[in-house]
Design a protein around this ligand. Structure first.
Ligand code: B12
Ligand code: SF4
Ligand code: SF4
Length: 368
């Protein structure tokens, strides 16, 4: 099946309507395997991934005659958890409505809309561990690779989830604000120039680093009190690419991002550790109050502070409450979140760890 101008025009109009109606961004590119990624990989041992990297870069492994990949990015859904004044932190994504079903639903709706005009086969991926979603998000031009190892939209920042739809017809589409390879390079160079000498500004922007969180018992009130210093005059700088910025690298509480950025040691990443079954004492010490996931490398990013960005913040939940939950209460509170499919015992372990840390901090503050 191949594209024709009528299909292209129909899809362009359908995508635009869909983006407007649903507050998401959509882009599309050819389904040829992503190149160069294998050489860039720091490692192959990937948690939660179901296929070897080579296959995860080639959609034809998952859909016969794959021709195009449509990428949809959507901000996190509505927060679900009861907020406390103090306690442990649940990352914004995990505290919100489960994105798997939400984004799959959006892509199904989009597929149905296109099927009114043309007949085609498709396969949808949302955090399935099959296709490498960030690679495709970047290939469609919706985002660039951040040093924090996340896909970062120059317009919307990084607080979003990714869904992919592989289809067997040809369609190329770039949303407003999406950019192609050449433009990405230009913008990265531009951003590099723009960001040179930005270090002083960067220091001002470090409003939500783990160091800040460490100074006090973690509460959302504390986070709110922190001046949410907007990136000074951010608009001209935020044209795409990280440039010389390294806020996420320096802020990462466990030094999971390597010193030049772009490479993540997932075994050290707090997000991974909060979901790992057995933890060594040294690993437990890295949790630093996080109960599920970690937002530090996104919270400091200037792209997430610019006007128009999709904003998000972690939820503060009571540690005593988290430790007291039984299975039914856990299901009631977390069942509709992205964290809900993890065992309750992990939440309790992380809450216990946070509680001990909080008590140690209180003793220290009391003796100072
Ligand atoms: C496994 C996984 C994890 C693991 C491991 C992450 C990892 N980086 O490997 C853990 C549990 C740690 C994790 C954590 C998080 N995750 Co996760 N995770 C995934 C999953 C299922 C697979 C990711 C994967 O394949 N990793 C493989 C490794 C090799 O890739 P990588 O390290 O990210 O990138 C390397 C290469 O791609 C290469 N590279 C590629 N292109 C380029 C370009 C340049 C210029 C350079 C230099 C390098 C380079 O360099 C990198 C370093 O080796 C995806 C869903 C999916 N199916 O894709 C979600 C996904 C990546 N996660 C997501 C999110 C939101 C998160 C968290 C923010 C959640 C949280 N709040 O705690 C954190 C962020 C941690 C971080 N800083 O990356 C989103 C990302 C959205 C976005 N904006 O990018 C995804 C896409 C899920 C979704 N559908 O929304 N995650
Ligand atoms: S530990 Fe937190 S800040 Fe560091 S890479 Fe993982 S998610 Fe980002
Ligand atoms: S904080 Fe800076 S270095 Fe990290 S992803 Fe954002 S722009 Fe890039």
């Amino acid at each position: 099946m191949s594209s024709d101008p009528e299909t292209q025009a129909f899809c362009e109009s359908a995508f635009k309507d869909f983006m407007k109606a649903n507050g998401v961004l959509i882009s599309a590119c050819d389904a040829l395997p992503v190149t160069g990624a294998l050489e860039r990989h720091g490692h192959r041992d990937i948690p939660f991934a179901k296929k070897p990297v080579e296959e995860r870069l080639d959609p034809s492994h998952f859909l016969k005659n794959a021709k195009s990949v449509i990428c949809l990015i959507a901000p996190y859904g509505k927060p679900q958890l009861p907020e406390a004044k103090s306690g442990g932190l649940v990352s914004a994504m995990a505290a919100c409505e489960d994105y798997h079903a939400r984004i799959k639903g959006l892509l199904l709706e989009l597929a149905r809309m296109i099927q009114e005009k043309i007949s085609f086969k498709y396969k949808i991926f949302v955090d399935s561990g099959l296709l490498m979603e960030k690679e495709w998000c970047v290939k469609t031009g919706l985002a660039f690779w951040g040093k924090n190892c996340l896909a970062v939209s120059p317009l919307k920042g990084s607080f979003f989830n990714i869904g992919l739809m592989v289809v067997d017809f040809e369609i190329a589409f770039k949303a407003d604000g999406a950019f192609g390879d050449e433009a990405q390079d230009d913008m990265a160079n531009q951003a590099q120039d723009d960001m040179a000498g930005q270090e002083q500004d960067d220091i001002a922007n470090k409003s939500q680093t783990q160091a800040d969180l460490d100074k006090k018992t973690q509460t959302q009130a504390d986070l709110d009190k922190k001046p949410q210093t907007p990136a000074p005059n951010p608009a001209p700088r935020l044209s795409g690419g990280c440039g010389e910025c390294r806020l996420c690298v320096d802020a990462c509480p466990s030094k999971a991002i390597n010193s030049s950025g772009y490479v993540l040691d997932h075994a050290k990443c707090v997000s991974y550790l909060t979901q790992k079954q057995a933890l060594e004492n040294s690993e437990q010490a890295l949790l630093k109050g996080w109960l599920h996931g970690c937002d530090v490398c996104q919270a400091v990013c200037p792209y997430n502070k610019q006007g128009g960005a999709w904003t998000a913040k972690p939820a503060v939940v009571s540690l005593d409450w988290a430790m007291s939950l039984d299975e039914a209460q856990y299901k009631e509170a977390f069942g509709n979140t992205s964290a809900g499919w993890k065992p309750l015992e992990l939440l309790k372990r992380n809450a216990q760890t946070a509680k001990e840390r909080q008590e140690r901090q209180e003793r220290r503050f009391a003796s100072e």
